[in-house]
Design a protein around this ligand. Structure first.
Ligand SMILES: [Zn+2]
Length: 350
């Protein structure tokens, strides 16, 4: 029971780290702000996760949300130039390295399944480097090789905006994720190169045609680090049953996103979303694709999560709610930890 550790498929904590933004939070000190820092991870038995490097635009767009009669639409975000993205990603990467040094062995960058297992055995928090959106990568992919050398093991081809590799899905509800063209030739080349290097490809934020292009081309299991089911909550960020089935059939995994607006059938941004609504959504996914294919992709520090979970320290409450609904311990272990390691094992070189 209490020995269940959690590995998380997605968080945006890097953006808020004082090592990156001096006005931010010290990841090594407990805070009440946001969702994730090392003390709260330890309280929640979170053993590690994918940390997203992510470039923001030079200027935050204004008034980009429109409330419609039955939902919402967000104006499609502009592309982010390579130089601007590169500076931010370099800054985030060196911030993460500074944090790891400061942690005095309490945290490490893990770039293999063995390193994650060793970290867990030694109670060291495992950071797997992920990048959400490939804007910082040049058409020749030179920087991809640099990032891979630095430990990058997972890449989201796009965020919800266009780049030279493909088209992210604009945020909208209710709406199909089939919102635009598929991958570009450069995008297809990026998929092949990630396969060759053993970098996991994340289809979160990709539109549906891009998803099917990855599915047709990639030799690795299909993975969405943070998404939910479109059949339950028809937002563009969620995966249709056909997409879920494709992930199942490639032995991939879906990291269940704790964003309430992608969990709830009505997509309301309501942090009072009860845990039984959350667990019913997880149940739908496991029913559809099996217990081996659903894990956690919290989106901590990047989403509004249910108040009953609150932050990383509240993860045991989610597992308890699943347990009370009748999920057995084996399913809980797969959801909490084992499924990510299984997919890393199938994707990363041994
Ligand atoms: Zn995201």
């Amino acid at each position: 029971m209490d020995d269940i550790h959690v590995f998380d498929g997605h968080n945006d904590a890097v953006q808020f780290m004082s090592d990156y933004k001096p006005a931010g939070r010290d990841f090594l000190a407990r805070s009440e702000a946001g969702h994730l820092d090392l003390p709260r991870a330890i309280e929640g038995r979170l053993a590690g996760g994918l940390f997203a490097l992510h470039a923001y635009p030079e200027r935050k767009p204004e008034n980009d949300l429109t409330i419609t009669s039955d939902g919402y639409e967000v104006r499609y975000a502009d592309a982010v130039p390579l130089d601007h993205a590169r500076r931010q990603i370099d800054g985030q990467l060196s911030a993460m390295r500074a944090l790891i040094r400061r942690s005095n062995g309490r945290m490490r960058i893990a770039a293999s399944v063995d390193e994650i297992k060793t970290a867990r055995a030694e109670s060291t928090f495992a950071v797997v480097l992920h990048m959400e959106g490939a804007e910082a990568i040049d058409p020749d992919l030179d920087y991809l090789h640099v990032l891979h050398e630095a430990g990058l093991r997972s890449l989201g081809l796009v965020w919800s905006r266009p780049n030279i590799f493909g088209y992210g899905v604009p945020f909208a509800y209710p709406r199909s994720p089939d919102t635009g063209p598929g991958l570009t030739d450069l995008g297809r080349n990026l998929v092949r190169t990630c396969n060759a290097l053993g970098i996991m490809i994340d289809v979160s934020h990709l539109n549906e045609r891009g998803f099917w292009d990855v599915a047709a081309l990639s030799t690795a299991p299909l993975v969405a680090t943070h998404a939910c089911a479109h059949a339950v909550c028809p937002s563009t960020r969620n995966l249709t049953d056909r997409q879920l089935d494709a992930i199942r059939d490639t032995e991939g995994v879906i990291g269940f996103n704790l964003a309430v607006n992608d969990i709830r059938a009505d997509a309301h941004l309501d942090e009072n979303t009860p845990l039984d609504v959350v667990v019913r959504h997880i149940d739908y996914l496991i029913d559809r694709v099996g217990a081996e294919r659903v894990a956690l992709g919290s989106d901590f520090d990047g989403a509004v999560v249910p108040r009953q979970i609150r932050d990383a320290s509240g993860l045991p409450r989610l597992l308890d709610a699943m347990r009370k609904t009748g999920f057995d311990e084996e399913t809980l272990r797969k959801f909490a930890f084992d499924n990510w390691l299984r997919v890393f094992g199938l994707t990363w070189p041994a």
